[in-house]
Ligand binder design. Structure first.
Ligand SMILES: Nc1ncnc2c1ncn2[C@@H]1O[C@H](COP(=O)(O)OP(=O)(O)OP(=O)(O)O)[C@@H](O)[C@H]1O
Ligand SMILES: Nc1ncnc2c1ncn2[C@@H]1O[C@H](COP(=O)(O)OP(=O)(O)OP(=O)(O)O)[C@@H](O)[C@H]1O
Ligand SMILES: [Mg+2]
Ligand SMILES: [Mg+2]
Lengths: 228, 228
């Protein structure tokens, strides 16, 4: 489904190069369920942005459905993303002056879904994360965990085939965190959605079928979870 | 040190009132070490903002050092905050176009500390959270966990007598999270700094001497940790 082949990502800053990723190869299979763990600053979010086609590698190749996305221009890449990938950002990245409902409906606007239909689907997505009573609120009027759940709803509303979530339960208590994990796992199990999540929490990582450990811009290890 | 007496906080929004806090009384003693836990949206950040004098209660009284802060105007309140309280925000709230060093030095600017002195102290604070090599970077050039650590360094640089931290390890891996907790606990133990942290992680909460459980805008329980 998504394959990174020896990708690097460097940031140039006044003469110094920060090598966020130093040569990573990884395949996200259809129906995969993986957790990415590793120290702060080790390259996890950078890797997620490359897998999610939100960024381009400095060197190396990224293939989505077998296609080299390096050959696509920005608008073709945006369309591919919109059709197949749902992304939950570590910092949520919601539009501050827009209601929760309209934030969640945004991916459907790009797809040309009619207004009534997309508002209905956005309301359902918010309902699934227990925010049905907050559809008219703006992010600045919501708690950290509520904003995180709006970001999750937005990533799911377009029914993507790959869900990339960067620390999706970081601001959630156990009950809400479990509910979110339940949604993701059901999508994976029942609809074959590939789920990749970055997490700092060992018990969240333990639920995945494989754990990818990142350190210093490289993949240090990939562990397959034993059959339950 | 900081005392909330029957405080409430409501937000009015087009005819509807969201009662974030519905009558909370709580005292943060000198040298206290408390964890605030509770579901997403239950009022923890709202309570922290009131204790930190970043917000005013709708009803009820807030006393700092025995003084009713309701009698202070905004600039007197800002000065009190700057002198005695360090605050780590759930969403960090760093200045995006400012380097890590200058972000951390900001509380000292308000206090009138000379430029060379405050840059030295800011560099030391960043060093303490393992970001000494990043002083010239801006928040947009840093990982989530790095930004969180900059926010922590900024809260500590003014040597406050009360440290209020809203989910300070949410974006940190175990090693970095433990180091941050170590810094806070050392300040509490060796310098009598009162530490209050909001956390969703049970093992972080378990380190505190008392756990304050919030639910639905009210304090549900306060548990004193047994002597070790
Ligand atoms: N500016 C605002 N306007 C309207 N409602 C608000 C505003 N800020 C917060 N709220 C609401 O007040 C309630 C408490 O919010 P608060 O941020 O204190 O929760 P919290 O316990 O910190 O949650 P989390 O664990 O998700 O961070 C929530 O229902 C939230 O939506
Ligand atoms: N725009 C940028 N410019 C320069 N350096 C950057 C930029 N974005 C990220 N970095 C650096 O690249 C490295 C990897 O960052 P990344 O965000 O991928 O880490 P991470 O593993 O997600 O960390 P965390 O767990 O703290 O979120 C870090 O050292 C970070 O400071
Ligand atoms: Mg990250
Ligand atoms: Mg909060």
């Amino acid at each position: 489904e998504i394959e990174a082949v020896d990708v690097t990502r460097s940031y140039r800053m006044d003469g110094v190069s920060v090598d966020a990723l130093r040569g990573v190869s990884l395949t996200i299979e259809e129906g995969d369920y993986a957790a990415i763990i590793g120290p702060s600053g080790s390259g996890k979010s950078t890797l997620m942005h490359l897998l999610g086609c939100l960024d381009r590698p400095t060197t190396g190749t990224l293939l989505v459905g077998g296609r080299d996305v390096g050959t696509l221009d920005d608008s073709e890449l945006a369309e591919l993303r919109n059709q197949t990938i749902g992304f939950v950002f570590q910092s949520f990245q919601l539009l501050a002056r827009t209601t929760a409902l309209d934030n969640v409906a945004l991916p459907l606007v790009y797809r040309g879904v009619r207004r009534a239909e997309r508002r209905k689907r956005a309301a359902e997505a918010l309902d699934a994360v227990n925010l049905g009573h907050r559809v008219g609120h703006k992010p600045t009027q919501m708690s950290g965990g509520e904003q995180q759940r709006v970001a999750i709803a937005r990533a799911l509303v377009g029914e993507p085939s790959v869900l990339l979530a960067d620390e999706p339960t970081g601001n959630l208590d156990t009950v809400n965190g479990d509910e979110v994990m339940g949604i993701l796992e059901r999508l994976n199990k029942e609809r074959g959605v590939a789920v990749v999540l970055v997490t700092h929490e060992a018990d969240i990582a333990a639920r995945a079928r494989r754990i990818i450990r990142v350190r210093d811009g490289l993949i240090e290890a990939v562990a397959e979870a034993p059959e339950p």
